[in-house]
Design a protein around this ligand. Structure first.
Ligand code: ATP
Ligand code: MG
Length: 269
């Protein structure tokens, strides 16, 4: 595996490894337990972008929630750097499919919500200005969420997540609700941001092309039988330098393989 393409600007001083070590997740359900994840083991190296793909309901969000400390895992350990995850970790930022902005706050104030506690006012204002510039929203600093588009709101959400200079950025289908063109722009924005400050990213997506365009590695999560818990079926290394060409032969070959693995038939064009 090479990380050169992702870390050409140098690994962020904040970037930390994210380690899943034989992680299992079960939930109590009426009449017993439901095992969702079984023996999930992988390490996202500092500055690496790892995507997780898999069919709906297979456990992708559950895996991300384990990294975020939002669920108490029932086997194994998740570590951020050296520290086992037992709850929300200040080095971790999370982004969801919907931007989750506070409607009564301005764009700038929503971004400021992501700043680490105790940030001095002047430093905070400078950080917010830099982040708004990074996501191309400087002119909208004083707007309210209802005055901006869905794609812009998602950029605000990304800026808020970046405000704490996270060691690990967890993203659960962050572009899933956006139209195709906005999604492509957001993917490029994420790569731009990552080039400037290459934090460790775990990205859940249902979009195989997005996973191949963005990641160093793609984890395929799946079940051997409908009743079985999800396990890692495969980890694919995407050894192409950025900027990537979506039509690159290696990427299109991997796309066909992954779609076949997910049981999706390709439509010939
Ligand atoms: N707190 C919980 N209690 C009980 N079951 C849960 C809980 N959280 C998740 N599950 C179950 O875990 C399984 C995986 O859910 P999860 O949301 O992780 O899937 P997913 O891969 O993210 O799906 P999608 O692609 O539709 O978002 C589902 O069967 C779900 O019902
Ligand atoms: Mg999900």
């Amino acid at each position: 595996m090479t990380l050169n393409s992702a870390t050409s600007a140098g690994v962020s001083s904040a970037a930390v490894p994210l380690v899943f070590d034989t992680v299992g997740q079960s939930f109590a359900v009426p009449g017993g337990t439901h095992e969702v994840l079984h023996e999930v083991t992988f390490t996202a190296e500092p500055g690496e972008i790892i995507s997780v793909i898999g069919s709906s309901g297979c456990g992708k969000s559950t895996l991300l929630r384990a990294a975020a400390g939002l669920n108490r895992i029932t086997a194994g350990t998740v570590r951020i750097g050296e520290k086992a995850v037992t709850g929300l970790d200040p080095r971790v930022a999370i982004g969801f499919q919907e931007p989750r902005l506070l409607p009564w706050r301005t764009v700038a104030d929503n971004v400021a919500l992501g700043l680490p506690q105790g940030t001095k006012k002047s430093e905070g204002a400078a950080s917010v200005a830099r982040l708004l510039d990074l996501v191309g929203l400087s002119e909208y600093a004083d707007h309210r969420p209802k005055e901006i588009s869905g794609g812009m709101a998602q950029r605000v959400s990304l800026a808020r997540a970046l405000a704490r200079t996270p060691g690990v950025l967890l993203l659960d289908e962050p572009f899933g609700a956006l139209d195709a063109l906005t999604r492509i722009n957001m993917q490029d924005l994420l790569l731009d941001v990552h080039r400037q400050d290459p934090t460790t990213i775990l990205l859940v997506t249902h979009d195989v092309e997005e996973a191949l365009y963005l990641s160093n590695r793609v984890i395929v999560l799946g079940k051997d039988t409908p009743e079985a818990p999800a396990t890692i079926q495969r980890i694919v290394t995407v050894d192409c330098a950025h900027p990537r060409d979506r039509a690159d032969a290696e990427i299109t070959a991997l796309r066909s393989e992954l779609l076949a693995e997910l049981g999706v038939e390709e439509i010939a064009v």
